[in-house]
Write a new protein. Sequence first.
Length: 297
Amino acid sequence: MRKGIPSLGALQAFEACARLGSFSRAAEELSLTHSAVFRQVEGLEARLGVTLFNRVRRRISLTTQGAEYAARIRHHLEQLQKDTFGLMSRSGLGRSLHIATLPTLATTWLIPRLADFQRHWPDIQISLSVRTQPFQFTDVPVDGAIYHAAHPWSNTQSVMLFREQELVPVCSSQLLARARVKGAGALAQLTHLHMMTRPDAWPAWYEHNDLPFTPLVLGGPRYELFTMLLAAVDAGLGVALVPAFVAHEHIKSGRYVMPLTATLPVETSYYFGYPKAEAYPEALTLFESWLKAQTTR
């Protein structure tokens, strides 16, 4: 028995209370009584010598120390769950991978292709979660990540899937049809939509194409995700710069139009990476090989 480590039951009770904000709801989730959960949390606080919850009548809220501890315990419980499922998978109950990816890449490129992967390896289940910012694999319980960067992440085994190559300006055909003039004049009339993670994209596009840039360009709304940006284009809210590989099919179908054919070259790429190790699960190497095959089509 490891000294100083609280029981798993007490940690599960605490994490459930922290996540649900209620002893009663935690008790229901854990199939325990309210008093049993209360005693677990009270005993945990006594053992740690730290107050984890503020209690006002029947309401509870995390203290600062409680919130920090809850986040750490949640991470470790998720890792325990992942390790348990991994062991079950190796015991013949099927294999699984948890992949972090970018939301727009997942919906427009990855998920439509996963049926092909499933046909080849029906026993491998691919679960996806969204990560839009760089992270350490030691902090996030995933097996691998598809990410966008100028170069591979450090301390990872990474392979480049494809280069982003260029951003292109797109808007809805209905919006462009309402413009009173064409070409650069039409573009000047349109609200410019921006990505929060790429604040310099429009200024760089104007500079690269030697077009006059005015501060009004920067006055348009900003969106955190490309999925939001594309939805705004669909809604006719303005013109946006999006990766050419995302826009291609929409332009081909007539859903989007380019008010100008001028583009912005970019040096970033999409990578698949995972933590370095002496040996890798077969499911991970099969998924990597399949991803690389998809990018060559």
